[in-house]
Design a protein around this ligand. Structure first.
Ligand code: ATR
Length: 275
């Protein structure tokens, strides 16, 4: 019987997940569809029951439901549990298991331009949902030292509690920026007219540092522009976005996902570039 996959969120109309997954399903000649569903907070529980009853084969979850899904799961992967957020549900024998593929997706992208070793000092700017996913993937899968800097420093302290990793203020990050080999920008600072300033000055950034942003549209954020002028090797959020979807597809189907195909689909839609 034809399988159904979907992405749930609000808003959802501009999600590029249906285009990427549909292309993968077609390329692999799978008898399946992937569709977007716009859900409301009030009817979320009913919708989950509906998906279960209809026998959904797997789905993605985006904002604002990544935490709301937790009570509906039968099992949760260790990194998703650590993040307290799920972006992918895998269905096995009718049982729902939650995963968070954002962090692994980010790491896969970073590793294509930089092998990570125990000598790496990683600075993550921000302590929101994306930061958490990246932090837990890096902490689980690499032996680099990680520091989280956040405007509200208590959030960073809570994230690293019980780990060997560190939390600092944005001011400390700015002063000691040259100590870091990899800097990951996950804050919403500098992205809009309402929030135009970068989270920190990049004056002290050492040339050759890897600087990445989780945003891919625009292709070069103000943070990446500035980092590049200080000699950083920059990477935008496109690999993370493509890889998180590719990992979800692999979890559902056991098949390798054509990341190049996915990347081209995204670039065609947003008219952007990879950097
Ligand atoms: P996401 O889930 O996409 O990671 P989020 O949870 O809304 O986003 O988190 C936004 C992050 O951007 C937070 O770390 C926030 O800092 P606070 O925890 O102090 O709110 C950070 N942020 C937003 N505006 C900022 C600004 N003007 N300067 C510095 N950090 C900012």
């Amino acid at each position: 019987m034809k399988k159904l996959y979907c992405v749930i969120g609000n808003p959802i109309a501009h999600s590029l997940s249906p285009a990427m997954h549909t292309a993968l399903l077609e390329k692999n000649q799978l008898d399946a569809s992937y569709v977007p569903f716009l859900l409301e907070e009030e009817t979320f529980a009913d919708a989950m029951l509906g998906l279960k009853t209809l026998g959904i084969s797997g789905f993605n979850i985006t904002s604002p439901f990544k935490e709301k899904i937790l009570p509906f799961l039968d099992a949760i992967d260790v990194e998703a549990k650590a993040c307290g957020a799920v972006n992918t549900v895998v269905v096995r024998d009718g049982k729902w298991t939650g995963y968070n593929t954002d962090g692994a997706g980010y790491l896969e992208g970073l590793q294509t331009i930089k092998p990570i070793t125990h000598t790496d000092q990683i600075l993550i700017l921000g302590a929101g949902g994306a930061s958490k996913a990246i932090f837990h993937a890096l902490a689980n899968r690499t032996d680099a030292n990680i520091t989280i800097a956040n405007r509200t420093v208590e959030k960073a302290i809570n994230m690293v509690a019980g780990t060997i990793h560190a939390a600092i203020s944005l001011q400390e990050a700015e002063t000691n920026l040259a100590d870091y080999t990899i800097i990951i920008q996950t804050t919403s600072a500098g992205l809009t007219k309402e929030n135009p300033e970068l989270p920190i000055s990049l004056q002290n950034l050492a040339p050759g540092t890897n600087a990445s942003d989780i945003i891919y549209n625009p292709a070069k954020t103000a943070f990446l522009e500035e980092a590049e002028t200080h000699g950083a090797i920059i990477q935008n959020g496109l690999p993370m976005f493509v890889n998180q979807a590719a990992i979800a597809f692999q979890l559902w189907t056991g098949l390798d996902a054509d990341r190049e195909l996915m990347k081209q689909i995204v670039l065609k839609q947003v008219g952007g570039t990879e950097c």
